[in-house]
Each structure stands twice: as C-alpha cells, then as structure tokens.
Design a binder for this molecule. Sequence first.
Ligand code: CMX
Length: 436
Amino acid sequence: KADLRTVVAEQVKSERARVKKFAVEKANTKIGEVTVSQIYGGMRGIPALLCETSSLDPEEGIRFRGLTIQDLYDKLPKLECGEEPLPEAVFWLLMTGKIPSKEQAKMITDEWNDKAELPDYVKKLIDDMPTDLHPMSQLSIAVTSLNKDSQFMKAYKKGLKKLDFWKYSLEDTMTLIAKLPNIAARIYRNMYRGGKGCDEIDKKLDWSGNFARMMDYEDPIFHELLRLYLSIHCDHDSGNVSSHTTHLVASALSDPFISYAAGLNGLAGPLHGLANQEVLVWIEKMRKELGSENPPEDQVRDYVQKTLKAGQVIPGFGHAELRKIDPRYTAQQDFAKVYLPNYEGFLLVNTIFKVVPPILESLGKVKNPWPNVDAHSGTLLMYFGMKEMQFYTVLFGVSRALGVLSSITWHRAFVIPIERPKSYTTEDLIELVKKQ
Ligand code: CMX
C-alpha cells in the first residue's frame, strides 16, 4: 500500500491543476458581499477563507473531508480491540481526502512512534518552567522551541522552490505531531505528578495509547476516550481562532512549529478552547454552592440565571457558526451512555443540557442556545480521574494540530500568498458608505 507522502504527492499534482483552472476561470465571480455590521461584528459570515480539510454546516455540524463524525466511526480503521476512530486515520483522511487502510494508519502510528523522542533542550526547557505557568503557555513555548530543527526553514534558507514548500511543511508536521504527546505528557507529569512517570514510547501502542500511558492512565477505556477526543477536536473549518491564526501566521512562511504555536495561543482564550476548562470550573462551583454532586433541575436553573445576572456567559453553550447541537457533543454523550451511564457528573451534564437552552433562548439575543463540544469533554475526563481542569485545553490543542497542520500544508501546495485583508478606520467607512 502507498505511503502518505506518495499519496499526497499524487493528490497535490491533480488538485493543483484543478484548483488553478477553477481559480483562473472564475477569478472575477462574486460569491458574497460585506456589510458594515460584519466589520464591527467579528467578520461573521464573510466568505473569505479556504479550507480543504473540513467544512462546517451551521445546521449539521462538522464534516472532515466530507465525512460526518458518524462516518468516521463507520469508515475509518480502528484498533483490533477498539471502537473509536484512530486519530492517525483521521490525519490521513485530512491530508489526503481518502480513507486509509489499516496498514496505512499503522504506518502513521509507526512513524510518529519513531519520531516521538524530545531533544534534551526541549525536555530541560519544559522541566525548568514554573509549575504554576498555565499548561497552554508551556505547550506553546515548548512547541515554539522545536523550530530550531525545522526542515522547512532549513530548506527555505537554501533556496527552496515555492512548488516544494508543502513537502517540507509535511516533514515538520510529522515531526511535530509525533512529539506532541511527549511534550504534553511531560507538562502534565511536572505539574501534577511531581515530575515522575514514564516518557518512553511503547512501540506496540498507538499515538493516543502512548499519550495516555505517558500521563499515567492505563485504563484501556481511557485510551479509547482519548482516541475519540483527539479525533473529534482536530478541525472545525478555517474560520475559528486557532485555525485562522495558524493559517495567518503560516502565510508569512513562518514554519509549522511557530505557526501552530500561534494557533495554540488563540485556543487558550476562554471564548475558544479554554471553554472546556471553564465548563468544569463552573460546574464545580455550582456543586459546591448547591451542596450536591448532582443537584435537582430547579436549583440548576436558578444557578444558570445567577451566572447570567452576574454578566457571565454559560460556558460550553453557544457558537459563532453552529446553530444546532454540536455533533461532537453528541459523540461524547454516546460514549458516556455506554461507559458511564450512572456517573453523577454525566447526569448533571444532562440536567444542564435540559435547563440551559430554553434560558438562553429566552434572552432573545443568543444565536445558538445549544451545547458545543466543550460542554461535555471535561466531565468525561473527570470520570477517569483527570481532575486537573487547567490541562483540558492542552488535549484540545494536541488534537487541533492534526487539522491545522494538514490545512497549512495544503495552502502551501496551492502556493496561497501571504494573507493581507484591507482594514478601514471608522472615518474611512463613513466615507465609503456615503458613496454607496
Ligand atoms: N451564555 C450567555 N450569553 C451568551 C452565550 C452563552 N453561552 N452565547 C452567546 N451569548 C450572548 C453573547 O455574549 C452576546 O451577548 P452581547 O450581545 O450582550 O454581547 C449575544 O449572546 C450574541 O452572541 P452570539 O452571536 O450568539 O455569539 P457569538 O458568535 O458572539 O459568540 C461564543 C460565540 C462561542 C463566543 C459564545 O456563544 C460564548 O461566549 N459561549 C460560551 C463560551 C464557549 O462555550 N466557547 C466555546 C465555543 C467552542 C469553541 O470555539 O471551542
């Protein structure tokens, strides 16, 4: 069976020709308009970005190269003993648009296992960081430091041709993803296990299995959860903060390490990836205040109202683009129904799911009252003993690497130029509007 590089090289050849023809023939075709409210409103809905790896339908949710989350279950290879899709297979799908065979997914696992070892200076850098520095900052710093050995930058300095940019981007991508579990697990052990634990790759295990093991989680069901988690958080089209930031920075030909580190810094914001930490912080406060692990519906309702009255958002609910229940939420709910149906935390998440949407709807301004991916993930981790909420966004970040790095590799294959949209002062806009 063909390896990843061969398959991608063939695809790049044919896709480049197809895209070039389309982009030239339809160069002046208008696909939308921009209003003043969009400029002041976070550019919602402006059709401005390219994303080959995934697309987001507001009503249906995410599709990865055309596949829904259910399709990932139905079509992607899994481990012999597992039910969840393999993130290695998801990565292959994102990179090639094709479903890998079991052998092809295994080739990715083997390569990532081979490249997982961290250079000594990165180990030292992580070990020297204060343990009260947020793990997302530690992750971003460690990833940034890996660019010392960027193959893309080395080749670029030697005069790499534009048409070959993608090849070296892919090499850096493989190195970076291979090392991410090692980096994240080292941060975890330093912060929560007094620096103790194993940092050696077991070549019999997959990417998620090794990651779980290096964080000292041996339960095979937790390994399955991690496979699910790392698969569903990988990509959410290009408009979200982490993906767009990675693309923007990469468009300046920054190497994949520092481009993705920039995306991680965006993911660390409370309105984006940090929301999975915020959800659990909020739930734990609620439990403490109401004096129960699983408080009744009316008390949860009052607590939600109190949160809103205090001027805070309900974390884990709403979305800038989605207008329905996030299918990534549903996938996690399905997992919980199988493995932890009676867990108090899961029951409380269900109560919150029942109570919050009507309240948000009644405010009359929230465009999407439904839960997003972050409303569920922390509770599942908590069940398996991962109580360190600050760390949750790191898991999101590790998964997001699969999507954003595939995406920037394709942007390089298409030789997309540096991003440079036009900005206006309010005075400029007032003048522009007068001319309409
Ligand atoms: N709780 C309370 N109010 C909310 C809300 C929520 N969960 N979601 C939206 N609103 C409010 C907004 O704050 C805004 O209020 P103001 O007009 O007073 O400023 C109003 O409803 C309209 O917002 P919107 O158009 O529906 O939502 P946005 O596109 O502006 O923002 C998001 C989207 C995700 C930032 C927002 O829904 C939110 O803050 N949710 C909670 C945080 C969260 O779960 N984030 C994770 C999203 C998933 C991810 O990216 O990882």
